[in-house]
Design a protein around this ligand. Structure first.
Ligand code: ADP
Ligand code: MG
Length: 480
């Protein structure tokens, strides 16, 4: 494949993802599609991959049609989407390379040594024994050594370290440790770091499981009548780490999760959990489980600040340079990326991968111009999804000097009608809520009323400069 063909294929893939993102919405997109990769395109079919079986079956049952439609909009000839699970070997592969590279480095005055890589060599046996226990595959790059600390993750990092350094028989300080954050903010990285570090000594067993692995492990064990053995195995674990708990589904799985959690906690074993939301928002879990989860230490990791993003980029480049010594990204380019890519750590990683691919394929140094072109689609200036309707109502009420209950009331005087319309308009544009939902949240109004308000304000802002400034100001307050 020539570099040009590769470039068009990637561009096309980028557009398909953009389309998918706008049809399913940001939340759904980041939950299910953020880790989908393009493997190959042939005349009639497209080959995509995802990292887990669970994602594969979920996408196949819920989104197959939509993925196909999005591709057909680009390539009408496509009639089939093949979705496969990427083998975890991808993650394991760097281990071998790292060993070779490490030996080379020794003769190289120790320049640009990758701390991650060093760690990876030391942990090969950990990975093997961990997987033999039925744990989910671990990525050798995700260690404490490569985890960058910043304001948003100090507490989570400290708690994770504490857990990793605990010894068998130590009393447990907080149980469970529950870490929550949006997509790509470092949950998996931190959990795997705990697993690597905790398993580096001989005396403790740390088991890392994704929630889906827990589900499949359990369901499979039930089918083969070895549920007991599975439970016993779990109970022989010193630290149980469960990632992406929001995916835990099904009544029997939950009941079993609840038993396991109680058994481990009561036995003084440490449990570490990550999810994309706090325990109180895990709607599908029953109250007892939720309160048990909330009873330990609950820590949120906030979005990555610009400084932290810059440090992550630097560490990614350093890691890439271990294998590609000629790869270099000038500081101004890194600063640009740190400023422009605000969304999450995965996009930072993606940006570096693209620059690497591009500079390799075209044998060209990385420039600012190239970077701007390559990462255009990762730059999302505004991110509407975290704004809450209550916040909108509060900010709008304050701006127009009315009360929040005025906004929700049925009063129709001009001094409340306009602010109410503005608030509904903002709710529609800044959140992913549907019109009926917004209507409900504004004192039980009909969705047509909301629609009318949205249209009204849309029409007005294009003509009325004062109103348009006010709306801009409100948006800025809500999004900062
Ligand atoms: P999550 O599990 O929260 O969705 P990940 O742990 O998979 O996010 O992180 C996404 C990417 O961002 C990974 O490549 C990860 O290494 C990187 N990343 C996130 N936070 C940090 C950090 N504090 N230091 C280094 N890398 C980070
Ligand atoms: Mg994760």
């Amino acid at each position: 494949m020539t570099s040009n063909a590769a470039a068009t294929e990637q561009d096309r893939w980028t557009r398909v993802k953009g389309r998918l993102r706008s049809t399913v919405g940001e939340d759904v997109y980041s939950s299910w599609f953020a880790r989908m990769d393009l493997e190959a395109v042939s005349d009639e079919s497209v080959h995509l991959s995802v990292p887990t079986r669970f994602l594969k079956s979920w996408i196949q049952t819920h989104y197959a049609e939509r993925v196909l439609t999005c591709w057909q909009a680009e390539l009408p000839a496509v009639h089939r989407i093949d979705l496969t699970v990427r083998s975890p070997m991808r993650c394991a592969a760097p281990v071998k390379d790292a060993k070779a590279t490490l030996d080379e480095r020794r003769n190289d005055n120790g320049n640009h040594r990758g701390p991650t890589e060093l760690r990876a060599v030391a942990t090969v046996p950990v990975s093997a024994s961990h997987e033999a226990l039925g744990g989910s595959p671990l990525d050798p790059r995700l260690t404490f050594a490569s985890f960058v600390m910043g304001r948003s993750n100090t507490l989570a990092h400290a708690a994770a370290r504490q857990v990793a350094e605990g010894r068998r028989g130590d009393s447990v300080m907080f149980n469970p440790l529950y870490i929550h954050a949006g997509v790509g903010l470092g949950k998996t990285h931190l959990l795997q770091a705990v697993t690597w570090a905790g398993n580096s000594g001989p005396e403790r067993k740390v088991l890392y499981l994704t929630a889906e692995k827990f589900m499949y492990g359990f369901v499979a064990a039930l089918k083969t009548q070895t549920a007991l053995a599975f439970k016993e195995a779990l109970r022989g674990i010193d630290v149980l780490v469960i990632d992406d708990l929001q995916f835990l589904q099904g009544k029997s799985t939950q009941a079993e999760f609840c038993h396991t959690l109680n058994a481990l906690i009561d036995a003084g074993r440490q449990v570490v959990i990550a999810a994309d939301r706090p325990p109180s928002d895990l709607e599908s879990l029953d109250d007892r489980v939720r309160s048990r989860l909330a009873g330990g230490l609950v820590v949120e990791m906030g979005s990555l600040g610009e400084e932290l993003r810059l440090e992550i980029l630097k560490s990614r480049v350093a890691a890439a340079r271990v294998h590609h010594a000629s790869f270099d990204v000038p500081l101004p380019v890194l600063e640009y990326l740190a400023r422009a890519i605000t969304h999450n750590g995965r996009d930072l990683e993606g940006a570096i991968n693209r620059l690497l691919a591009h500079s390799k394929l075209n044998a060209q140094p990385v420039t600012l111009e190239m970077a701007e072109r390559e990462v255009r689609d990762l730059v999302r200036p505004q991110e509407p999804k975290r704004v809450k309707i209550e916040d909108i109502q509060r900010v709008v009420a304050r701006q127009y000097n009315v009360s929040r209950s005025d906004l929700l009331s049925s009063r129709r005087t001009a001094n409340v009608v306009r602010p109410r319309q503005v608030a509904m308009y903002l709710a529609k544009t800044l959140t992913l809520r549907s019109l009926p939902e917004i209507g409900r949240r504004f004192g039980g109004r009909d969705h047509t009323t909301v629609l009318h308000a949205v249209r009204k304000i849309e029409a007005l802002v294009s003509k009325d400069l004062t109103l348009s400034d006010e709306v801009e100001l409100l948006k800025r307050q809500l999004q900062d």
